[in-house]
Write a protein that binds this ligand. Structure first.
Ligand SMILES: [Zn+2]
Length: 306
């Protein structure tokens, strides 16, 4: 069988290897790297800040316990978000944590009336994050083919700067909004949305068919699977460095508008957590810089003549 596409960079892999060998410094580095964005995510869901800190702490515990099962099929950040989100849903019964994007709280999603959620199929143990870690070859092949199909779809939109269709497919498959609601958000006719949905689904199915992978029969089921995959691979989420550039307003206009849509209109909670974390870092850097500036400029006046 084909080796799954690795979502983990070499540097991350090196860090993980050191953690697996029990290197404390490496673990500290890892916690430092992800703590801020996880805390921002948890704070957006939980009113008590002590609860948010508890949830993040438990996420790191769950992560270290699940490390032997983590095979790098989804990015480290996404994996941590999955663990945290489950923790928040299970422990704090936060309904809103089920939604990956803010816009779903306003419009509701087609999946809301069904018990199904991305975590429903997950075994109730701490060390499984999703059906991703299910050792089922057919499931694995389907996942790989769909991962690949979604990445191609999204990359195609991005490389042709077709942000309109990208936004529509995000609203449809990532957020599971109805055609009617998508039309409202995008200020388009409902049948125009239907057409883009049809075209995208056709492209995805075609890609999967060429991989000779049979995909589930009903189209509703198929769309649920797409949402699951979208949440686990986040093919459209801007990189953290792109979110940083958005914050500094150094992106090209079209990209700036798109990131703004993703973070504010769609309200992707994972990217919002990154944005909040980056803002906090900037403030910290600025205040450290300011502190250094003040210290430097006042040094000459300090206590020279006691
Ligand atoms: Zn995102």
């Amino acid at each position: 069988m084909k080796t799954p596409t690795k979502r983990v960079t070499e540097a991350e892999q090196y860090l993980l290897d050191r953690i697996r060998r029990g290197n404390e410094q490496a673990w500290l580095e890892f916690v430092d790297r992800y703590r801020g964005r996880l805390l921002s995510f948890a704070r957006a869901k939980l009113l008590q800040s002590a609860d948010a800190e508890d949830a993040v702490q438990e996420t790191f515990i769950a992560f270290i316990k699940s490390l032997p099962n983590y095979r790098g099929e989804c990015g480290l950040e996404t994996y941590l978000f999955v663990l945290l989100r489950r923790k928040i849903i299970d422990t704090y019964r936060s309904r809103q944590a089920r939604h990956a994007c803010l816009i779903q709280d306003t419009y509701g999603t087609q999946g809301d009336d069904q018990p199904s959620d991305p975590f429903a199929g997950v075994a109730g143990t701490d060390h499984t994050a999703s059906w991703y870690v299910r050792a089922d070859e057919k499931c694995e092949l389907q996942r790989l083919a769909l991962d690949d199909a979604l990445s191609r779809l999204v990359d195609g939109f991005k490389s042709s700067l077709n942000f309109r269709d990208l936004q529509i497919t995000e609203l449809l498959f990532y957020c599971q909004l109805s055609n009617k609601d998508v039309a409202k958000v995008m200020n388009l006719k409902e049948n125009a949305v239907g057409l883009i949905k049809h075209r995208s689904l056709k492209q995805i199915r075609k890609h999967v068919a060429t991989s000779k992978i049979p995909v589930g029969p009903s189209s509703a089921e198929f769309e649920h699977i797409l949402t699951d995959i979208w949440e686990f691979q986040r093919p459209s989420c801007p990189k953290r460095s792109t979110i940083g550039a958005y914050l500094l307003e150094t992106l090209d206009e079209e990209w700036h508008k798109y990131v703004d849509f993703h973070v504010n209109t769609l309200g992707c909670k994972f990217c919002r957590a990154n944005l909040e974390d980056l803002k906090a870092q900037n403030t910290k850097n600025q205040s450290t810089k300011l502190r250094a500036r003040i210290m430097q400029s006042t040094a000459g006046f300090l206590n020279k003549n006691p």
